[in-house]
Design a protein around this ligand. Sequence first.
Ligand SMILES: [Zn+2]
Length: 180
Amino acid sequence: MSGRLEVICGPMFAGKTTELIRRVALARASQRRVVVLKPTRDSRSAADEIATHSGTRFEARSVECAADMVALTCGVEILAIDEVHFFGSELVSVLPQLLTSPRVIIVSGCDLDHFGEVFEPFPALLQRADEIVRLNGCCAKCGAPSTHTQRKSHARERIVVGGSGEYEARCAACFIPTAR
Ligand SMILES: [Zn+2]
């Protein structure tokens, strides 16, 4: 494997997508071939873009599953994948293939779910990463640096697509895991 892996993680509302967009914008400015992928399931923004909570946008392609990424990234020098936790352990399976090219892969996503448990791709991603950035937001209860994502509703599914109506940022002390 000769590629470089950069991992941006943390809870929701911590600026992960903002940091991803900052990095791909720099890469594009240096004339390198950039592709941004996002999961089809993330329906919060249009299918052909990623968007931050503050409204910054960047063009992207939606993919159904991680296996589809290989065919879409031939010749790509900078590959960015947003909301990487949606792809689960399947992403870990295709990662070696994606990293065979001498490219930079930047991934961003939530490392912990609303039960407070680690999302599948992260142990493997963090182990392979050349660079790890774990961002904090601001706890909605006490204002301390946030590390967790609190689900406000009682839905128990692991992934429910939503924004500030469905989730809020919490520090570890204020975080209450969703009841199983
Ligand atoms: Zn707090």
